[in-house]
Design a protein around this ligand. Structure first.
Ligand code: S3P
Length: 175
């Protein structure tokens, strides 16, 4: 049996919102790994990118997954959108639990993030095109890492929480 419930997917797919919402009925602690890293570093993700560079941040993501392996009680984890890109992280994710890919179309993401200033990778001249290219590149990786895919373009929080709970419940029950 896999224990933690892990949410992966592109920036703005709703991992933190949905993860937090589903943690209540599941009665499991919720951890947003970006926030976990920010607390440890005493810097925001944007500040970490600006001060130490992306490679440093990516190492912190791996460190975070390793720390999560030591957690005994099942948790709900929302991972940063780039975490599954490292092969080493995908191995750790497999060991950690049941992984759900929150899949959204590029247009959905653009509409959600067009005014966002907290994602350093999207502070560019043409964020719409950047989103399209990055999703095309990452989608096969997210699929490979996932045990289950949940489409989130049609955002109905209650329905998505139920679907997530049901998929995870089957896993826990060993169905
Ligand atoms: C990133 C996603 C972000 C954050 C960082 C890099 C990415 O997390 O980790 O800005 O490479 O997709 P969210 O997916 O929570 O926005």
């Amino acid at each position: 049996m896999k224990s933690h419930l892990i949410l992966i997917g592109y920036m703005g797919s709703g991992k933190s919102t949905l993860g937090c919402a589903v943690s209540y009925p599941l009665q499991q602690c919720f951890i947003d790994t970006d926030k976990w890293i920010e607390q440890k570093e005493g810097l925001t993700v944007s500040e970490i990118f600006a001060t130490h560079g992306e490679a440093y941040f990516r190492q912190k993501e791996t460190d975070c997954l390793k720390a999560m392996l030591l957690e005994c009680a099942p948790r709900v984890l929302a991972l940063g959108g780039g975490t599954p890109l490292r092969a080493e992280n995908r191995e750790l994710i497999k060991k950690l639990g049941f992984t759900v890919y929150l899949k959204a179309e590029p247009d959905t993401i653009y509409e959600r993030l067009k005014d966002d200033t907290t994602r350093p990778l999207l502070q560019c001249d043409n964020p719409r095109e950047r989103i399209r290219l990055m999703i095309a590149e990452r989608d096969p990786i997210y699929r490979e890492a996932a045990d289950f895919i949940l489409r989130v373009d049609d955002w109905d929080l209650r329905r998505l929480v139920n679907e997530l709970q049901e998929a995870y419940g089957h896993e826990i029950a060993g169905d």
